[in-house]
Design a protein around this ligand. Structure first.
Ligand SMILES: C[S@@+](CC[C@H](N)C(=O)[O-])C[C@H]1O[C@@H](n2cnc3c(N)ncnc32)[C@H](O)[C@@H]1O
Length: 253
């Protein structure tokens, strides 16, 4: 059942932590490794000596590639189990804090204005309300600090409201969209003991939230899906033609 997005608050992924860690492994799922992390690093451009915050860090798979560039890493997530996992697997590459990024806690590792860059890696669409999450990212950044966001492309991947279709006459695989402008809070497939919720918002809502938080959009990148062995020509064309992920880059004014 869809819920009114205005009344839904985001939840921790604690109940599905075991499943999620099993899916990502220590270094991320194949989508993380091949597409999402490289796109995030491109948008974020972490540099030696910088302080980087990852909002909705989950099991912390972004910490090692950021630390490898000589930057220091702080991850924050609502799920105590995922933060425990992050500390266990990546404690040498960063620090990890349990907290709600829509109501940022006071914490010695989360100094206001203390970060050169911040990011949301596949987390912004699991966090609600959006404006509060963007405001927290902006609060953590120094003036001139950078924000990078990687998410499922909201124009083409609307949970339960988009999919593939086959046009027999034209021999063409097409992308079908059943709704787009209406913001949605969508319960996702249940895993283990719990169900997570994903929040669909149209692209304009992200631009608006950035602007409200005093962040200016400076870059956009869209990337297609991974090729799968045995895919038909039509499958390959569709996977390359309709983006899976969207990357945004912004700067604090
Ligand atoms: C899809 S997971 C992504 C985790 C990680 N960035 C990754 O790519 O593996 C989404 C994460 O957002 C976290 N989350 C949801 N709402 C949150 C909130 N209000 N504050 C902090 N984290 C939140 C969940 O606990 C979950 O770990």
């Amino acid at each position: 059942m869809k819920r009114n997005i205005n009344r839904a608050r985001s939840q921790s992924w604690d109940a599905v932590a075991q499943w999620y860690v099993g899916w990502t492994g220590n270094n991320g799922s194949r989508y993380h490794r091949a597409l999402a992390v490289p796109l995030l690093l491109e948008m974020l451009d972490p540099r030696a000596g910088e302080h980087i915050a990852d909002l909705g860090c989950g099991p912390g798979i972004l910490a090692p590639p950021v630390a490898a560039r000589g930057a220091s890493f702080v991850g924050i997530d609502l799920s105590p189990r995922l933060i425990a996992e992050a500390r266990k697997s990546h404690g040498k590459s960063g620090r990890f804090v349990v907290g709600d990024v829509t109501r940022l806690p006071r914490h010695v590792h989360l100094p206001v204005g203390g970060f050169d860059a911040a990011c949301f890696l596949l987390s912004i669409q699991d966090i609600n309300p959006l404006d509060a999450a963007m405001a927290s990212a902006a609060r953590l950044l120094k003036p001139g600090g950078r924000l990078a966001v990687v998410m499922l492309h909201p124009c083409f991947r609307v949970p339960r409201q988009s999919g593939w279709g086959w046009d027999e006459g034209r021999g063409l695989k097409f992308r079908r969209l059943d709704s787009y402008l209406t913001p949605l809070a969508v319960p996702m497939q249940s895993h283990g003991n719990g169900t997570t919720r994903s929040y669909h918002r149209p692209l304009g809502a992200y631009a608006e939230a950035l602007s409200l938080a005093g962040l200016a959009l400076t870059g956009i990148r869209e990337v297609g899906d991974l090729p799968v062995q045995g895919d038909s020509r039509a499958d390959r064309r569709a996977a390359g033609e309709f983006p899976l992920f969207l990357g945004l880059r912004a700067v604090k004014l």
